[in-house]
Write a protein that binds this ligand. Structure first.
Ligand code: SF4
Ligand code: SF4
Length: 379
């Protein structure tokens, strides 16, 4: 699940503008014409590359079969991105464009060009990366994305590899330094962020990673890790109506969460949710330019709304609002969990971490940090 610099939960700014009166310069009162409706405002998540080099167990790339109907391998061409943005600019206000959703944008061989496509239209451009691959740091920084997040879950390789399976945190650290140096060399104004995914057992790694990142000029941010995709979350919420298979590895990942999915949904489900900001404020496109239900679900056939270029945005939104996944999703308050938008979630996670520290909440295969029995559990 991605968090980004674009404002989640930001409402559209439709204004009826009806019924006002204006006075003309010569003092004659005339009835105002109704103001034209404001165009809808959306942030876009666009997968420009079809897969990822890591296999994080809390992400569908790591916990779902590499099924061609879900992961659409390939690269987005510059021409397709241009056509998408030109259509989007004609039919809505674009709050920003994130060139990622479930995949790794820096694997795109011309990522710098695609950033340029977005920024040349004066649109905010965001990148989120695991930073295990950084080809040409100067080329990337010269493209000057507005915001670039590096996601990690540990400072030591032993801890990092539990959440970022197949990744190498020493490579990430080296690439963080290369990126910071390239930013200085090129005069880029990119907001560099280091984003730390918090689990029950990686507390000790947070401070050294924060210090490392801040010394290089990265802004530090963190959040509790969640289990994704939505299909797995809804299966945890309602095992009698499974939408996914929960494997042994999934149960181990769920056990490692500080913010336990079932407990969090017990909190969010107490709130009545009748709309979803992930639906109303964000448009998600796969690498082929197809609109997907939202950023939390699989890009499966059932969740594919249709080609963004051939469907008017009103038709896309209408299909999303009536999608069969949304009712059960809202009934457990998942949109509140996805946005961390309800009180009590932080307390739940802190209690879980405290129990883990005391050794009363062991994670399968793991002992509290500092224990000689710490197992290397790479999922
Ligand atoms: S790095 Fe990101 S996209 Fe890749 S597997 Fe991990 S969470 Fe998924
Ligand atoms: S209600 Fe749930 S499934 Fe529907 S768009 Fe929102 S998060 Fe996605």
């Amino acid at each position: 699940m991605r968090r980004d610099a674009m404002e989640r939960g930001q409402n559209r700014t439709h204004s009826a503008g009806m019924g006002e009166e204006q006075s003309s310069a010569v003092g004659i009162t005339v009835e105002a014409r109704p103001a034209p409706p404001s165009p809808p405002r959306f942030s876009f998540y666009i997968d420009i590359f079809g897969y990822c080099n890591l296999r994080c167990p809390s992400c569908p790339v790591g916990n779902w079969e590499d099924d061609a109907s879900v992961f659409h391998h390939g690269v987005m061409s510059r021409a397709l991105l241009e056509a998408i943005l030109d259509k989007a600019m004609a039919e809505c206000t674009i709050a920003g464009v994130a060139l990622f959703n479930w995949t790794e944008p820096l694997l795109h061989p011309a990522i710098h060009e695609l950033i340029g496509v977005v920024r040349s239209r004066a649109i905010h451009c965001a990148i989120s990366t695991n930073l295990n691959v950084l080809r040409d740091s100067d080329l990337l920084m010269r493209a000057n994305p507005d915001w670039l997040r590096v996601s990690v879950s540990g400072f030591t390789q032993e801890v990092y590899a539990r959440g970022h399976a197949a990744g190498d945190v020493e490579v990430v650290k080296t690439n963080m330094r290369r990126l910071a140096e390239a930013k200085a060399r090129t005069g880029a104004t990119t907001d560099l962020e280091l984003y730390f995914h918090k689990y029950v057992d990686n507390e000790a790694d947070e401070a050294p990673m924060r210090a490392y990142a801040e010394a290089l000029g990265y802004r530090f941010a963190s959040d509790w890790a969640l289990m994704m995709p939505l299909e797995k979350t809804l299966t945890i919420a309602d095992p009698a109506n499974p939408r996914a298979t929960l494997t042994r590895a999934d149960h181990a990942t769920i056990g490692r969460l500080a913010l336990k999915t079932a407990e969090a949904l017990a909190v969010t489900s107490k709130h009545k949710v009748t709309s979803c900001s992930l639906q109303e404020d964000f448009i998600v496109l796969d690498v082929n330019g197809n609109a997907i239900l939202c950023c939390t679900c699989l890009a499966s056939q059932a969740n594919t709304i249709g080609s963004y270029l051939t469907m008017p945005i009103e038709a896309i939104q209408s299909a999303r609002r009536s999608h069969p996944m949304c009712k059960p999703c809202m009934s457990v308050g998942f949109p509140l969990l996805a946005n961390y938008a309800v009180d009590g979630l932080d307390d739940l996670a802190q209690r879980e971490r405290a129990a883990f520290r005391c050794g009363t909440q062991p994670v399968a295969g793991l002992a509290p940090a500092g224990s000689a029995q710490m197992a290397d559990r790479q999922l």
